[in-house]
Write a protein that binds this ligand. Structure first.
Ligand SMILES: [Zn+2]
Length: 489
């Protein structure tokens, strides 16, 4: 082959995740999202002179669990550093972060099902830091409003190696990471609350002489807060860089922002880029030694991770990869599923029901599964009635909706309301005889070859039972009775 090899995307991500603590990283203020502006603040998170920070032990624990969930090596000794910069939403004039010695080094996240092949994304490091406040610019008044509630909220920053090769793969990585973090209980990762924000590093590369790579200058797109924006911003960058190569114009290493409405990235003002953070060890906090027993104990708290669980669901319960992925991506649904199966539900029926009825209800109402008064045992009992043909799928949905609202056991509802389907052949045969006797014309038409007449007769059976007959069975019994008609009379 001659000519130059093709350029391909090279993508690395830096992800900030809000840790699920009740209070902030270095003070006792609530870390809750959505409180009225500037109500969760104190001298420490406002950086008032004389105030001293103290480390939130839970934030450290969740950070360790986060590091373990991505396979990182937690460092035995670490310390915090000051990252100095000036911005209106940072009242202290510095952010407490980690730099020289982070919480953890190394790790990897494996993506399966990406273009039918396994892909490994290496993790470079995980470190802890505090969040800054939030600025809201009002075009109407020309003012910028500042809310310091977010100042000091604990974050884990996860930095990957530039191992992703397409915008879709970057998105798949983020989805897997979100599932991992939720399962590990590190963060709820509510995107609408800004609990996961992402910076992307991007360029196009191709093999060069020796083992090296050559490529375009790196673009850093900052502060993307949805997976869709990450993918779209990267797709935009792919075409921008390709264009630059075609046109022979050089790109510069720069920071860019994403404009969601226009669907483009644009260069940050060069001033914003001139970083000199002058990191130095935080003098108000002692270095931290992580007790190996504690690290081990916390690692053991991280439950089965999504990839292993998906594999187990496929092997143990014979689920398809779509169902396995959908269940496992919501750990509470996966737990509900496993309990229902343990209570005797057929795995496929249970998966269909949970991904259809249960997930549909949760999405429509915004409730979590814990808010619902239904139990896996109720579901298992209901599904076995359906499987035995004792009630129809429609009836099951009706009593289930009632159970979801009221907590009433669906099986008792079936018993009490007499909704149980009549699937008993003897009972049905007696009704079938009655119907044939009462409708001799239709019976004759059917025996003379008019298929349509059967539908009418089934309808009569349904009418007699006020809809409770199993229609399929009524159909079968009618057919049988009419074929043997002459023998009966
Ligand atoms: Zn505070």
């Amino acid at each position: 082959m001659t000519g130059s090899p093709e350029y391909r995307p090279m993508i690395g991500l830096e992800i900030h995740v809000a840790l699920a603590t009740r209070s902030k990283m270095f003070c006792g203020c609530s870390a809750e999202f959505g409180a009225p502006p500037n109500t969760n603040v104190c001298p420490v998170c406002l950086g008032l002179p004389g105030s001293l920070p103290a480390i939130n032990a839970r934030a450290l624990e969740l950070g360790i669990m986060c590091a373990r969930a991505v396979g990182g090596q937690v460092q035995a000794r670490m310390h915090f550093e000051r990252k100095n910069y000036h911005y209106p939403d940072l009242p202290k004039g510095y952010q407490i972060s980690q730099y020289a010695v982070p919480l953890a080094i190394g790790g990897e996240v494996v993506l399966d099902d990406v273009e039918d092949a396994e892909r490994r994304v290496r993790i470079r490091r995980v470190h802890l830091e505090e969040d800054a406040g939030k600025s809201t610019h009002s075009a109407e008044t020309g003012h910028t409003l500042l809310d310091f509630n977010r100042c000091g909220v604990p974050l884990a920053e996860i930095v990957t190696e530039p191992d992703m090769r397409s915008p879709g793969e970057a998105r798949a990585f983020l989805e897997e990471l979100r599932a991992l973090l939720r399962v590990a209980g590190v963060s709820e990762v509510r995107m609408e609350a800004g609990e996961l924000r992402c910076d992307v590093n991007f360029n196009l590369v191709r093999s060069a002489a020796g083992d090296g790579l050559e490529g375009t200058e790196i673009s850093e797109v900052k502060n993307l807060n949805s997976f869709r924006s990450v993918q779209r911003a990267l797709e935009y960058e792919v075409s921008r860089h390709r264009e630059a190569i075609r046109g022979g114009e050089p790109l510069v290493h720069e920071t860019r922002h994403w404009d969601e409405e226009r669907g483009i990235t644009y260069a940050a003002r060069s001033k914003e880029e001139a970083h000199d953070y002058r990191y130095f060890p935080e003098p108000d906090l002692p270095p931290i030694s992580v007790d190996p027993d504690l690290a081990q104990y916390l690692a053991a708290q991280v439950p089965e991770l999504p990839r292993a669980r998906r594999r187990r669901f496929r092997n143990e319960f014979d689920l398809g990869s779509y169902d396995a992925r959908a269940l496992v991506s919501e750990a509470e649904l996966a737990d509900f599923f496993e309990e229902a199966v343990a209570e005797g539900a057929d795995p496929k029926d249970a998966a269909n029901w949970i991904l259809g009825e249960v997930r549909g209800h949760l999405n429509a109402t915004g409730d979590s599964l814990a808010d619902l008064p239904v139990t896996p045992r109720m579901l298992a009992a209901l599904l076995s009635l359906v499987a035995a043909g004792e009630i129809s799928g429609t009836m099951a949905k009706d009593v289930w909706s009632e159970a979801v609202e009221t907590g009433r056991d669906p099986v008792s509802s079936v018993e009490e309301s007499g909704l149980r389907q009549i699937s008993d052949e003897e009972t049905l045969d007696a009704l079938v005889e009655e119907v044939i006797e009462e409708n001799p014309d239709a019976a004759e038409e059917f025996t003379a070859g008019k298929e349509k007449a059967l539908g009418f007769l089934v309808g009569q059976v349904m009418k007699k039972t006020r809809g409770q007959a199993n229609p399929q069975l009524a159909n079968e019994r009618l057919r049988k009775a009419l074929r043997n008609g002459s023998d009966h009379r």
